[in-house]
Design a protein. Sequence first.
Length: 207
Amino acid sequence: MTSQDTPHPGLEALRDAVADARPDTNAPRTRSGPAAVVSETGRINPTAVAFNVFANLLETDGIRAALYSVLRLSTYRFISIFRFKDGKATSCVHVDRENLGVTQAGEVADTATYCCFVRNAERPFVTADATSDPRTAGHPARDAVRSYCGIPIFEPQGELIGTLCHYDLCPQDPEQLDLELLLQVSSALAQSGKVPPYPEVQAAVID
C-alpha cells in the first residue's frame, strides 16, 4: 500500500461523526484515501484542487482568506478556529459569509460551545440539527447554533491547538462537507504555525 492509498489518520473518525449526526441515513459511506489532483484516467480530484487553493491562499493572503475558500464549498454560514483559555472559548479566526466584516465570534464559557465536545474527546463532533440531537440536550447553544461540524487541530507533538469548525444557526447536512479536505486543512494549519493565539476579547460581536 502506498501513501496515496493510506487514509488520513482521522478520516474514519470524522466519517463516523458525520454518520452519528444523521443516524437515520442508510447511505453507504465512501472509504477512499487521498488522491492526486489528476487521476490516472485524467479526472480532476476536487479535494486536491480545493486544498491547493487553500494552501496557496494561506501563504499569499493569510489564514482567514484561506478558510473562506473552504467555507465557500458548503452552505454553512460560519467557519472558525476556536481556542480555549481559563474556562473560556472564542474564535482566533472567524468568517461569517453573511457579514465578512465580522472577524470575531463572541467569547463564551468553554462548555457553552460544541467545541468542548471536540476538545474533551479529542475527536470530531458533528450535529446536523442540535435541537433534535439527544447528545446536545441541555447544552446552552442548542437552540441558537443548530448545526456544527468540528474537528481537532493538533500540534505535531500531539497537543490540542483548538478546533476547526463549520456551524450555522439553521440545520445543515454535514454530508455536503469534503471530509478529506477538512482533515488536510487541519493538518496544514497545525504544521504551518499560523494559527493565532487566544485573542483579547472586549465583547461579544455575534448575534
